[in-house]
Design a protein around this ligand. Structure first.
Ligand code: ADP
Length: 603
């Protein structure tokens, strides 16, 4: 049976019972009505007849008394009238014989009344005297009256019984209707409860099964044999559960295979790789990282970053990345850490990468440590070679330059225009080469730590004034305005004044090269915590983003913007600032300008 039919059946039974109760109440009301009717029709008419007969009799008596008193005429007429009335009610009483003994009583009244009338046949009505009245008429009158009263009494009694009976019928109706109603109510409740239970029970089974599925138990199945829609629902539910089960198994397989893939990638990477969650706890670590950090395979994974890397700033960088949710930009020189490996110091370049979840929120951090020890060694050897080479080149270059200079001075006039041009070119190129070799030498010395810094307390103002005066005429020629901010409130810095002046000069000469006519160069200094940030800002052509980190490297120049320089200037600047314990960086928007900032410690 379908669920709809079941519900309809439930309602149908309740309606049927309600109908039965109503029918029962109507039947009872009808029988109550009949009982009342009976009282009226059976007894009331006889009582009325008896009363009217008594009435007529008394009037007949008073008619006789009128005759006795001498009012014969009125007496006669009254007698005739009431005789007719008596006979009339007597005949009605005869027609309404309903109870036992009533017929005999009415018969008796009729015969007595006939005797009563017979008394008047013996003597002339108008000649009735008092003695006759007392002897014959009154006793007969009294007898008839008594019988009439008897007739009324037996009818009254019967009426009383009938009334009692009607009362009984009414109370019987109340009781039976209540019982029938209550029974119907009980049956309806019972039926509804059973039906509700039968409908709800499978729903409970479904609920329990759904709960199990949501907690990961996909094996659960629902069995209902209700023969209605719920049974088909159970079939669909089981199908869905088995599909979910299969899907889940496939997912798990995929997750395991992805995990294995990830682990294989992790293990095959030569660089050290550690994955942290957002609480800075290790969630994965590859064998290289275990080697470097001396972590055995038996140690638990959930180590905190600070336990793993206690003596470095890496955890601060990771913490900052987790807090801000954005990649922290660390200058290259600050992203190098050193670990000692069996008495040997090794250098690692670290990088921090964010892992984002589905909602693009940070879900983890990947720390990559790249071993740059070899690279550093090569760099060192390269620097040493450049140092030696440039040192060796300087002497022959000086004599070559001097020779060309002498030739230009002494024999230039005797040479043809073309030969003189060649000599001038040789002079220019020698000069350029000398400056390149000098730069290389400076840089190599600096990198090798072979240049001594002469630290002193220096005012920013003195630094700015020095370089401004150097570039004054050059700037005026190009109509470029060199602006310096007010530096009165700034503290002194601890620096080698000449080297920093060299850095500023290099930055300003670069700016002068790339700022268009009538542009400006601004020198800004700001105190930030225990440092002073010095910025050389221009509104020149700017530097494309991809070159901004590279231009501090040796020989790096922006493609298409080569200006005949060596590409070593910014590399030397970086080394000088490093020697001061600071850092240097550039911010630039192509077409709008660049700002180079370096940091010096407050004195
Ligand atoms: P050089 O100036 O000798 O080429 P540098 O190391 O001083 O070498 O500069 C490297 C490169 O950086 C330059 O070749 C130039 O392309 C770019 N550069 C430096 N300063 C600026 C600047 N203010 N505006 C635009 N580009 C600049």
């Amino acid at each position: 049976m379908t669920l709809k039919k079941k519900i309809l059946l439930g309602n149908g039974v309740a309606l049927f019972l309600m109908f039965a109760v109503i029918i029962w109440a109507i039947v009872n009301l009808i029988s109550l009505g009949k009982a009342t009717d009976e009282i009226l029709s059976e007894n009331y008419r006889s009582i009325l007849a008896a009363e009217n007969m008594v009435d007529a009799l008394e009037r007949l008596d008073s008619a006789i008394l009128l005759v006795l008193l001498g009012d014969r005429e009125r007496g006669n007429s009254q007698f005739r009238n009431n005789d007719a009335v008596f006979i009339e009610w007597l005949s009605r009483a005869k027609d309404n014989i309903t109870i036992h003994g009533e017929a005999e009583l009415v018969q008796l009244i009729a015969s007595q009344y006939s005797d009563f009338r017979g008394l008047f046949a013996q003597t002339e009505f108008n000649k009735i005297n008092v003695d006759y009245y007392h002897e014959k008429i009154f006793p007969q009158f009294a007898k008839i009256r008594e019988k009439c009263v008897d007739l009324r009494t037996i009818n009254e009694k019967t009426m009383y019984y009938a009334s009692n009976r009607a009362g009984n019928v009414a109370s019987h109706a109340i009781w039976t209707t209540s019982i029938v109603g209550l029974s119907a109510l009980l049956i309806a409740i019972l039926f509804s409860v059973i039906l509700a239970e039968r409908i709800v029970k499978p729903i409970h089974i479904f609920m329990e099964a759904s709960r199990k599925i949501s907690s990961g138990d996909y094996v659960v199945r629902v069995t209902t044999e209700t023969g209605d829609e719920l049974e088909s629902l159970a079939e669909e539910f089981n199908l869905m559960a088995s599909r979910l089960h299969r899907y889940n198994e496939m997912n798990i397989e995929q997750i395991i295979s992805e995990k294995n893939k990830g682990e294989a990638i992790l293990s095959s990477i030569e660089d050290a790789l550690i994955v942290f969650n957002d609480s800075l706890l290790v969630t994965a670590i590859n064998p290289s990282a275990r080697n470097i950090l001396k972590i055995t395979f038996s140690e638990p994974l959930s180590m905190h970053c600070r336990d793993l890397l206690p003596n470095s700033d890496i955890c601060d960088v990771i913490h900052k990345t987790v807090e801000t949710g954005i990649q922290v930009d660390i200058p290259a020189e600050q992203s190098i850490v050193t670990f000692s490996d069996y008495g040997q110091t090794r250098h690692y370049l670290f990088s921090v990468t964010i892992i984002r979840g589905r909602d693009r929120k940070l879900s983890g951090i990947v720390l990559l440590l790249r071993d740059i020890s070899k690279m550093r060694e090569v760099e060192r050897l390269k620097s040493e070679f450049i140092l030696a080479a440039s040192h060796e080149l300087r002497t022959p270059l000086t004599s070559l330059g001097m020779s060309v200079d002498l030739l230009l001075e002494r024999v230039a006039d005797t040479l043809s225009e073309r030969d003189r041009g060649l000599l001038v070119t040789a002079h220019e190129e020698t000069r350029r080469m000398k400056s390149l070799v000098n730069d290389l030498l400076d840089l190599s010395k600096m990198e090798a730590g072979k240049i001594e810094m002469e630290f002193d307390n220096v005012t920013i103002d003195s630094l700015f004034e020095k370089v401004k005066s150097v570039f004054k005429s050059q700037a005026e020629m190009k109509e470029i305005n060199i602006i310096t901010d007010n530096t009165d409130d700034l503290p002194q810095v601890r620096a080698d004044a000449n080297k920093i002046a060299w850095v500023l000069s290099n930055l300003i000469s670069n700016a002068l090269r790339y700022v268009r006519r009538q542009g400006y160069i601004r020198l800004i200094a700001q105190k930030i915590s225990l440092n002073v940030h010095i910025t050389v800002l221009d509104n020149g052509i700017g530097i494309p983003a991809e070159f901004q980190t590279r231009i501090f490297e040796k020989f790096a120049q922006v493609r298409g913007q080569e200006s005949g320089g060596s590409g070593l200037g910014l590399a030397i600047c970086r080394e000088i600032i490093r020697a001061h314990g600071g850092s240097i960086w550039v911010e630039s928007t192509p077409g709008k300008g660049s700002s180079f900032t370096f940091v010096l410690p407050v004195a």
